[in-house]
Design a protein around this ligand. Structure first.
Ligand code: MN
Length: 565
């Protein structure tokens, strides 16, 4: 996937067909002619004819395995927004699917123009679009990649806003989709404009380092190649350099100089089979010394974004420090292109069959960036959520701050409250859904922004909620609360009575309680000279009864004082 300087429609068709045999060239040509006609009098900020931009976006996508619909949509992606063409026009000429992708991208584009809008909100919109048709997001990422490469024609404030948003929003989404290659391009492209001085500084220093190490790196590479040939292992061996933005991050995080980065250079060895990876590892380890603590086997334990490879840092020829990365062709493809590897199987932008569901599960469920894990700490509950994920049976909701929460379809604001925190659920008195006050038992819909209204006081939980709430978390908490409330209602109380000692007084007192249906748990007396203190522990259900009882006791002969404890 390259951002080529000049491309024509033949390049796009060639790439698209090379990667995907189902490509409909005729339709793509039609889309191209239509877009060219619509944009004919428009220029980009660079002074180029406008059509150059959608063509680049289409070219990026053709390189990423995308289907006819997405490539057509890429060519047409700006016509609804920037020309007099309408959604209906696209629908009539190119069909519903393409029209919907174009519309999806147009809507996202519109939202993204309000820079002040919170990033979380944008993320949210992205996530919802992702749910709808994953191709919208991939087109949007390609659109951004081309825009980033032409940022020099914009004013400084726009450069900053766009590059910042690219690093904070677009790159993490590419990462989420496993599209590492695209992510890197977005980050490096944006970094150049966000911190031009740092970018230049790092590029210069990197060149210096490359020049210093070049010969030794080449020598190491050749030596590895020779040994692999001798062992009859087929593999490609190439030298790679860490990406600029990653160098910048590492230098900042570890507060180190570029010379101190151990994996600044790497030799990447890509082979056919998984077993060969370990054979290659054996060869490397006989040839060179390993730097202790640097061996990582991501084949045995893949990273969360499904990345698989073996990494280790070695001392190469004449002590040059470099990282060795070993993986298979398949692993390499997945690491670079993520979800787009699966495109031949993805129908209408929705992942449908079992294999893709598994992929989606891995990507959306276990992936690091959007962090379902953050929401669900209990592993059991996490598994349940993964299951409902597989059944495509959940709604995505948002806190007023823009945090994403996932609940099963049919869940209510009560579920939402308990999901945020037990104490929020405990004190819920109302809710606002999309800023409008609604009953707390309202079923929530995808994309709802839910604000829970709470009270400082303990709220009596409603038993009927048990029938309405969806999540185990809400249910168990409501049950717990109901039980607790019942117990509290049965609270024990100690009553202390001071009286002049006389016969039958205790009996008279206990009779009063019995008459009022109050259970006595224990009675103690403590006599002192002619006075007696009587301690009675009772179970009480209603407080107002107690006042009446105390008044009765006070009226008994020789009772001096009654105290509730
Ligand atoms: Mn565009």
């Amino acid at each position: 996937m390259k951002v080529k300087k000049e491309i024509n429609i033949e390049d796009i068709l060639y790439q698209a067909k090379r990667k995907n045999k189902t490509i409909n060239s005729k339709k793509i040509l039609e889309a191209y002619e239509y877009a060219k006609e619509k944009h004919k009098n428009q220029l980009r900020k660079s002074g180029e004819p406008y059509i150059i931009h959608p063509m680049h976006v289409a070219y990026i996508l053709a390189n990423l395995n995308l289907d006819t619909e997405t490539i057509c949509a890429a060519l047409l992606h700006d016509v609804v927004e920037d020309t007099e063409a309408t959604y209906e026009d696209i629908d009539n000429i190119f069909g519903n699917q393409i029209a919907q992708i174009v519309e999806g991208v147009t809507k996202l584009g519109y939202l993204f123009k309000t820079v002040e809008q919170k990033q979380a909100e944008n993320y949210t919109k992205m996530f919802i679009a992702m749910e709808k048709d994953i191709r919208i997001i991939i087109l949007k990422l390609a659109d951004r990649l081309h825009n980033i490469s032409t940022l020099q024609y914009l004013k400084r404030d726009r450069q900053i806003a766009i590059s910042k948003e690219t690093i904070e929003l677009y790159a993490p989404i590419a990462h989420k989709l496993g599209m590492y290659d695209l992510k890197m391009k977005l980050e490096d492209g944006a970094f150049k404009f966000l911190y031009p001085k740092e970018y230049e500084n790092i590029t210069n220093k990197l060149d210096e380092q490359i020049n210093k190490a070049k010969q030794l790196l080449e020598k190491t590479k050749d030596e590895i190649k020779t040994q692999l040939r001798r062992q009859k292992i087929i593999a490609s061996v190439k030298i790679e350099t860490k990406h600029i933005y990653n160098i910048y991050k590492k230098m900042r995080q570890k507060k180190i100089h570029i010379e101190e980065i151990k994996d600044l250079f790497s030799i990447k060895i890509i082979t056919n089979k998984k077993q060969d990876c370990y054979r290659i590892l054996g060869i490397i380890n006989t040839l060179y010394n390993l730097i202790p603590g640097t061996f990582k086997d991501y084949i045995a334990t893949p990273r969360n974004n499904m990345y698989q490879a073996i990494h280790e840092v070695i001392l190469g020829e004449k002590g040059v420090i470099l990282e060795i990365q070993i993986c298979s062709y398949t692993m390499n493809k997945i690491a670079k292109y993520g979800i787009t590897n699966y495109f031949p199987y993805i129908q209408k932008g929705k992942i449908e069959n079992k294999q893709e569901l598994e992929f989606k599960n891995k990507l959306y469920g276990i992936h690091d960036s959007l962090e379902l894990k953050n929401i669900i700490k209990d592993p059991k509950e996490f598994l349940n959520t993964l299951k409902s994920e597989l059944l495509d049976d959940e709604v995505y909701l948002f806190t007023p701050k823009g945090d994403i929460k996932v609940l099963p379809r049919g869940a209510t604001a009560v579920d939402f409250a308990y999901l945020i925190h037990e104490q929020i659920g405990r004190h819920i008195v109302g809710c606002k859904i999309n800023s409008i006050e609604m009953p707390v038992i309202t079923k929530l819909k995808n994309g709802d922004i839910v604000e829970i209204l709470t009270s400082d006081e303990n709220i009596k939980v409603k038993e009927e909620w048990l029938e309405i709430v969806k999540t185990a978390k809400a249910k168990s908490n409501i049950l717990k609360q109901l039980k607790k409330e019942k117990q509290e209602a049965k609270k024990k109380k100690e009553i202390e009575i001071l009286a002049l000692d006389r016969k039958n007084l205790v009996l008279e007192i206990t009779n009063i309680f019995a008459k009022n249906n109050i259970n006595i748990q224990s009675v103690h007396t403590n006599s002192n000279e002619n006075k007696v203190k009587i301690y009675i522990v009772i179970e009480i259900t209603e407080n107002k009864n107690l006042k009446k009882i105390i008044n009765e006791i006070i009226l008994l002969n020789n009772v001096i004082k009654v105290k509730e404890k």
